[in-house]
Design a protein around this ligand. Sequence first.
Ligand code: CU
Length: 256
Amino acid sequence: MKKRLAVLVVAIGLVAAACSSSATTETTTTTAETTTTTGGPDGGMPETAPASVIAEDQTSDGTAIVIKSVDLPAAGFIAVHADNDGSPGAVIGHSDLLPAGTSTDVSVVLDTPINDDSVLWPMAHIDMDEDGEYTFVPPDNAIDVPGLTADGDVAMVPVKVDVSDEASAPTAAGSEISIKNFAFGPADITISVGETVRWTNDEDSIGHTTTSDDGIWNSGMLNPGDTFEQTFTEPGTFTYFCSIHPSMTASITVNG
Ligand SMILES: [Cu+2]
């Protein structure tokens, strides 16, 4: 620490001498920042502030999330924490080593993929032992501690992650039908020729089918979570039912 202070004082002296016309306070600030960001080789600990994390709510397949921007005072990582009642819980993934400064669109692969819509907490961590590896397994091995904002708070942000199948296969509006509580919803829809209707069994434990009255399609058993798709290539009104629960009826009107 003494050695670093000496380096700092000498550096300030040099800069002050080099540009004696500039204000002393400004010169001091600039020099201090330069010294701290390059700290490490002289034995000093990496700085933990100021760090910041910017991330937006997003749709994901559950295996990775993207952090829009991260600012680090020293080399470090983004660690993604699971949610624990509104605050960060266990770490479920982390980035590769990021340099000091700003990194954008950082993708973090989740060691534990998420299956449901979740809140996750990307958090800045500093590579305190400067080994390039993320070392943070509380309580015994919490070496690479969180980065702090200029205000001294942990640099992190909650992100809503929407894990939806539709993300990969968008369908036209009005063509999604949910099977729930022994009913098709919406029961009667209108689409255009060429559109695809997708049924999803959203029950907790009941199987159903979507079966055309005229034998045009029959999904067979759809267990909870299963989907079935049918593309309508001709105009008309098509009624259908559940072959297990025939009182479940509905219709699709296809406009030409
Ligand atoms: Cu049924």
